[in-house]
Structures are given as C-alpha cells and as structure tokens.
Design a protein around this ligand. Structure first.
Ligand SMILES: [Zn+2]
Length: 281
C-alpha cells in the first residue's frame, strides 16, 4: 500500500497558496539523507524523498536531477561528504521538468558551472520554470539548457557513457538515462505515473496517452541490473541501503525490478485512462 500511495503523490501540485498537505509533503521529501555509494562509481546524493545521482570519473562527474529548490544545498553537501567537489560536476542531467526534480538545477548549475543537458521536449518548461498547460504544478527557478539530447544520444565524460532514452508521457520530454559500468547496467528511469495529466484531449499535450503506451513497451524490452528512479520510495531505497549497511553488497541489484515497475505503472495508467474516458461527456 505504501507504494500505491507513492504513485498517487508523484507530481507535486501546488495550489496558491500551498495547502498544508503540500507544504508537509515538501518537507518530507526534502528530509536530509546521508549520501552513499550504490555500487561501482554510482552514488546517491539526493534527499530522503527525491533522488539525485552522481556518476563519478577523474575527468569530471555527471549529476542527474536537482530535487526541489531547497534540495540544492543538501545535494551539494552530500556530494562533498563523499569527498567529491561540486565544481567537478561537468554535466547536469534531468529526468523530467517538474519542480520536484528540476527545482534545484539553477542553483546547482551556479555552484558547479556544469552544462545542463535535456531533451527538446522538456526544454521550454525548464527555461520558463513552468509546465505549459498545467499552471497547477509548482513552478521552478528557470534554468537555461546548454545542450539538447536526442533519443539514443550519449553523453561522454572520461570513461563514462550515459545514454538518453526518451520515455515521454509523464512529461513531453521525460528522459530515462542508462549507464553501463564494467560490472553491470543501470537504468535511471523517468517517472511513469499519470499524475493528473489529461490523457484524452489536452491541447498542450495531445499525444500523451500514445506516448505513455510507447514508453511502457520500450522500457519493458530493456534490461537493467540496477533499477533506480527519482522518487526513491519506488525502489525501497532506505530498506536497500539498510541491507547494504548490514553487509549485502548487492542490495541494489535486482534484475526483475524494471519489469515489475513498468507492469505496475502500465496498470495504473490503463485504469486512469479508462476512468478519464468514462468521465467524458
Ligand atoms: Zn513529475
């Protein structure tokens, strides 16, 4: 049930002024969490409720996601706590342009001097700080995109290669990043929840339902030894970290997690699509 609740809460919706529930959610998401190495050169540097990942290399680091605006100093401190320099982050990547993931990017870009890399579909929303057509979604500090990635394109830095897999639906530019270390494959999956998106006749995103269906099919065919996403409750981050601390070095390796997550998200999407069709006049 905990997981189901997380699915419902995945998009941060702010009414103006923020309701008490939103403010409480925000504080819960931003609870500090001690950074740690997941495996190989992949590190968790996010908060308790919003993930950020640092993939390190002597040539420079890649940071994926920035959390909320107020998460930026916590992410920077988490990077330093692991012994890395924020100034050595060369690329900032993003899973999707909603303020609970993109809110900290402007500040992290200022601190690091890194280039922000994003898909064309999310560019306008990142640069305006608003989600086009959905004014109820919390706004983020605007941040300039320095480089656009196409589907299948790779970001190279030192020995590391990260590949952009466009998996739109949750946003127009939702991007799942994949990475292969010498030992194993990782997927940093974009959010897959409907989260209030109008699936039938949204003039600002008319193909949302078709995009979701294609993204599920695509992710279902992929393989990952380590499945990671940006609301860490989805892969039981805290429980896995506790197992890792207790000596289980493979606590984050779970080759069936990706398929399980996609099946669950697709079921929730189909139920939501049916409900929206029924409400149609
Ligand atoms: Zn979102």
């Amino acid at each position: 049930m905990k997981l189901l609740k997380a699915f419902v809460a995945v998009t941060f919706v702010a009414s103006a002024p923020a309701t008490g529930q939103d403010a409480q959610q925000r504080v819960e998401w931003n609870r500090p969490f001690e950074s740690f190495r997941i495996a190989d050169n992949v590190h968790y540097v996010g908060t308790a409720g919003l993930a950020a990942y640092l993939i390190t290399d002597p040539a420079g680091h890649v940071l994926i996601d920035g959390g909320l605006p107020e998460s930026a100093p916590l992410i920077a401190a988490n990077i330093r706590q692991l012994g890395f320099r924020v100034e050595d982050v060369r690329y900032l990547l993003i899973n999707h342009a909603h303020a609970d993931h993109s809110g900290g990017l402007a500040e992290l870009k200022r601190l690091s001097g890194a280039q922000l890399v994003a898909s064309a579909g999310d560019r306008a929303d990142l640069e305006s700080g608003r989600v086009a057509g959905r004014p109820q979604i919390l706004s983020a500090p605007p941040v300039q995109v320095d480089r656009i990635v196409r589907d299948g394109e790779t970001i190279r830095l030192g020995a590391n290669r990260l590949t952009a897999n466009l998996t739109p639906g949750h946003t127009r530019g939702c991007t799942s990043w994949s990475y292969r270390s010498r030992e194993r494959t990782y997927l940093f999956a974009c959010s897959l929840s409907v989260a209030g998106q109008n699936l039938i006749d949204d003039p600002t995103y008319p193909h949302a339902a078709a995009d979701f269906a294609r993204s599920f099919a695509r992710l279902q065919r992929m393989r990952a030894d380590v499945f990671l996403t940006f609301h860490p409750g989805f892969f039981d981050m805290e429980a896995r970290r506790a197992r890792q601390r207790a000596g289980d070095e493979a606590a984050f390796v779970d080759r069936s997690e990706l398929q399980r997550q996609v099946a669950r998200a697709r079921n929730a999407f189909e139920a939501e699509l049916a409900a929206q069709r029924q409400k149609r006049p």
